[in-house]
Design a protein around this ligand. Sequence first.
Ligand code: GLN
Length: 492
Amino acid sequence: MTEKDLPALNIADLQSLLRRREVSPREVLDALRARIEDVDGEVDAYLSTNFEAATKEAEKANVDLPLGGVPIAIKDIISVAGEPCTCASKILRGYRALYDATVIQKLRAAGAIPFGKTNMDEFAMGSSTENSGVKLTRNPWDLSRVPGGSSGGSAAAVAADAAFGALGTDTGGSIRQPAALSGIVGFKPSYGRVSRFGLVAFASSLDQAGPLTKTVRDAALIMNAIAGHDPQDSTCLNEPVPDYTAALGRDLRGVRLGLPKEYMIEGIEPQVKSAIDAAIAQLETLGAEIVDVSLPQTDYAIAVYYILATAEASANLARFDGVRYGHRAEDPKDLLDHYGRTREEGFGPEVKRRIILGTYVLSSGYYDAYYLRAQKVRELIRQDFAKAFEKVDVLISPTSPVPAFKLGERMDDPLQMYLADIFTSPANLAGICGISVPCGFAETDGHRLPVGLQLLGKAFDEGRILQIAHAYEQSTDWHKTRSPIAASMRDV
Ligand code: GLN
């Protein structure tokens, strides 16, 4: 293993080397830094890095801790004390976080080293990272395509071997979908499993932070570190945290996997469909039983999600008023002009669209027709899942109906972009957990574009979906296939 090859390692393998003292945390960090210098000019996954601070951490890292000496990339919506936290928005340009989010404190307590902040759709609103107010991020499998979003920088960094693992956030799919489009693992915990303290809120009843990694085991390792009660977040449940690696390796005999019939929609790209069909067949050979189930409210999920998420966003984003954080309009005539121009200049078009939508659905006269009704249908969606989970342990579907699309291709059609959240956003509405794991490729214009298989589990049953995803992953080679840009860096 040369230093140049270190960034290709997954977290579990990196840890073994670190614990055997075959490499030092400093060497690991230096190798990662060199890799980022080599590839990030093309991929543009990072908004900021701080290797000076990270080096100090690396020099005193305790490699015997669960993530001791492992550098982790952080989506720029999560507060890391002293570092920029811009949510890729012009309105937060220059803002630095004053404290560590709980997930960062927990990562540090486990020995991990946060060293850089990754690009994203502005305030996590989007599915392609093209809504970033800073720059585009490119998909490491085909640089003319999007990495997915909104945690696209985190996904692209891991896929390019420019991060060993990363944190993202998922409000309607933003961990799972970019993981699928970038050919890596993305894990969304159940609502209340991981603290939201120190995350910039998009939609508070839906947001969860979670890992993006090269393997399922790595996702379990990060979950071991970040899950658990936090008195600073009243929505974070006080439930014991199991060792998520403990169930890995068990076989799938007796496991019941549900196939929601409403998810077999026409819009699924044929190559995605065949990859999913093959994955289902593979899960059957591993001993799982496939059961047809129904989620009757599926048709309403996107509408409900985009009513509730925008309503909550319009309230959450009211705090960006130019008084306390970031951008402030120059020479305002009066207070209203100050608010108006600060927000006009600071927010990008998608964020404005959502604030307007959210304000509308909450306004008197429309509240009952939209917001209140959406809340009622949300409860029906939750019941759909509860009923399905009476029959099966886990649900399976594609993560995204399509593989990575071309940069710019969908920017003029927000509705088309929203509709592609059909398989991911219902899980957030129901508060359940989900994972995307690589399950094949779609060949397009001479490029191999990754396809993701989604597994959804009951609330607080994260161990179960990790177990099944791991068994599937280990029976395939998909996770071993690196993106072309990562492979080109190999010192073979
Ligand atoms: N694509 C969805 C949206 O635009 C999900 C975003 C997210 O999970 N943060 O809202």
